[in-house]
Ligand binder design. Structure first.
Ligand SMILES: Cc1cc2nc3c(=O)[nH]c(=O)nc-3n(C[C@H](O)[C@H](O)[C@H](O)COP(=O)(O)OP(=O)(O)OC[C@H]3O[C@@H](n4cnc5c(N)ncnc54)[C@H](O)[C@@H]3O)c2cc1C
Length: 544
């Protein structure tokens, strides 16, 4: 079977790789790497062919001469999700992961080819049923829903096996002896099982992400790894600040879930949020920024010289400056029983697994903003019958013109002045909604894009916030610098900041600008420290 993402390396690229790697051979049937392996080298095929198989031995892809193996886990260090077997005698070049990483920094065209291919392959893997981690647990289990959310946001290939589902009687047998507190059961590629793990435990068992020391001391702690946090990471680390970025969910933030960002400067054909943020993460790592996820910030304690950010699992970061870049989270629909459907037939993002599940179904997308428009177009292109519901009289009041035209082009029906009053369905499966007008509309799936509330509860009253909870900065906070909060040395950038424009480019720009202001603040603190020391000296000498 041909891979949907099997581009070829040029002769000169193969030559470069040969100079850095090792030429090897394998006989037909030899396994080059298998599911559950912690890592594998980058492999460029010179002669012969390699098959990529799932756990059951089904062939997902095949790579021939000048083709190459690998997907995102080659860069992220995640456990291997597929098995690579020589389909015929093969001669290939193997390049170790760290060497490849360095080459990618130096070789733009190769980096471009590999990164876009790896990202495309991950999207393909996400659509292959039965691949990646298996999550056993019922819809009623909050812990199960949390792990599912984690898998979705990290774009991990996963299968959810609900023990209550009549379509999967084996799932009930597998969890039969376990009490509710041991759920979900998470089975990793390779067979290791974790009972009721935290997202951090799953993440580290898969080999993703850095493990933090109980106390980290850094120049700049960035809380949140969306575009604002990643922008700050790139500029902070490249300008000599020891920079640590943490995120409670996934590197990439909200932007990572965007199907296509059309308005980001420099990408006239648009770029998926996944690709944009994936590249930003690689770029931040290139400059030695440290990125750690999932770690949730629980509180911020002001200090002299260093502020302390306390994290889940008894970790803390003591930082000379802190950047708040925690963005905002989707609002939920104020209707009864919503939680019964969330994760099964009501979603807050439309990725490849959701699009596949929704093909040829009636789907409602709720919201009048660009994110709702993008999701509606993406789902309609995947074969769903999509209706977009929004509150205002004219969609153009809230959505970009180009998206309104796309909705029309892909046959999305638009219902103005529509609000949902009630959901109908059974066992988490939506069947219909009733609108406030009393109309009943059949939908099997609902996607909600209702705007966002800031992720700032954890800050308490340590920094000043506006009436909606967004962080005040600059003059509004009585601060010296425009992105500084009411607490000197603590800055805010991106969607979390009161009055910011809620866009990727703005978030990136603010993240970058915050770093300049951090430099000013640190220099001012140092100068003040010297003056205080000097004054102390003068006083001491005066007293003698
Ligand atoms: C579906 C969709 C489509 C979009 N399309 C576009 C578009 O086409 N063009 C455009 O310009 N913009 C678009 N946007 C908006 C854009 O994504 C946001 O403006 C941008 O992501 C804001 O970046 P940010 O870094 O401020 O916050 P976010 O991207 O929200 O990142 C914040 C991060 O902080 C983390 N976090 C939250 N609380 C904590 C905590 N306590 N501890 C640790 N981490 C925490 C979160 O997990 C998250 O990863 C879209 C948004 C969505 C959802």
């Amino acid at each position: 079977m041909a891979s949907p993402s099997s581009p070829r390396l040029s002769a000169s690229q193969l030559k470069t790789l040969a100079g850095l790697g090792e030429e090897r051979t394998a006989d037909a049937g030899d396994v080059l790497y298998r599911i559950g392996d912690p890592s594998y080298p980058f492999i460029a095929v010179l002669e012969g062919a390699v098959a990529i198989n799932d756990e059951a031995g089904n062939e997902i892809a095949r790579h021939g001469p000048s083709g190459f193996l690998g997907e995102l886990n080659l860069l992220s260090g995640q456990t291997v999700f597929v098995t690579a077997v020589a389909a015929e005698p093969v001669r290939y070049i193997a390049v170790e992961r760290d060497t490849l990483r360095e080459l990618l920094f130096d070789d733009g065209p190769l980096s471009e080819l590999l990164l876009s291919t790896f990202i495309a392959r991950r999207e393909v893997l996400q659509r292959v049923h039965g691949l990646g981690i298996e999550i056993f647990g019922p819809h009623s289990s909050e812990a199960t829903m949390r792990i599912l959310d984690f898998a979705r946001s990290n774009r991990l290939p996963f299968t959810w096996r609900d023990p209550g589902s009549p379509q999967d009687p084996a799932a009930a047998e597998i969890v039969a002896g376990l009490d509710a507190a041991s759920l979900p059961l998470v089975r990793l590629p390779g067979g290791t099982e974790l009972k009721a793990p935290s997202t951090g435990q799953v993440s580290r068992a898969l080999g993703i992400g850095r493990v933090l020391e109980p106390r980290e001391e850094v120049d700049l702690a960035v809380i949140g790894a969306g575009p604002a946090g990643l922008g700050a990471a790139v500029y902070g680390a490249s300008e000599g600040l020891d920079t640590l970025v943490i995120d409670s969910t996934a590197l990439g933030g909200q932007a990572g879930s965007s199907r296509r960002i059309e308005n980001y400067l420099g990408f006239p054909a648009g770029i998926t949020g996944n690709e944009l943020t994936g590249r930003a993460v690689t770029q931040a790592r290139k400059f030695n920024a440290r990125l750690a996820s999932p770690y949730r910030a629980l509180s911020l304690e002001p200090g002299h010289g260093r502020h302390v950010v306390r994290l889940e699992d008894d970790h803390e970061i003591a930082a000379r400056a802190v950047l708040l870049a925690t963005g905002a989270q989707y609002r939920r629909l104020p209707v009864e029983g919503l939680a019964n459907y969330e994760g099964m037939s009501v979603f807050y993002a439309a990725g490849p697994p959701e699009s596949q599940a929704c093909g040829a179904s009636r789907v409602g997308v709720v919201g009048g903003g660009n994110s709702a428009g993008q999701a509606a177009v993406w789902l309609a292109r995947g074969g769903a019958l999509v209706t977009l519901l929004h509150r205002r009289a004219d969609l153009r009041e809230t959505m970009s013109d180009y998206l309104v035209r796309e909705l029309d082009r892909y046959g999305v029906a638009v219902r103005d002045r529509s609000e949902i009053a009630e959901l109908h369905g059974d066992g988490g499966q939506l069947e219909a909604v009733t609108l406030k007008t009393g109309d009943r509309v059949p939908f099997s799936f609902l996607f909600l894009f209702l705007g966002a509330a800031p992720c700032t509860e954890w800050l308490g009253d340590v920094v000043a916030r506006d009436e909606h909870g967004f962080v005040l900065t600059g003059a509004a906070a009585g601060a010296e610098y425009i992105l500084e909060t009411s607490l000197p040395g603590v800055f805010a950038a991106g969607d979390v900041r009161s009055g910011s424009t809620k866009r990727c480019a703005t978030a990136v720009g603010e993240g970058a600008m915050a770093v300049q202001l951090v430099h000013h603040r640190l220099a001012a603190t140092l100068k003040l420290g010297r003056e205080v020391a000097l004054t102390g000296d003068v006083r001491q000498h005066g007293a003698q």
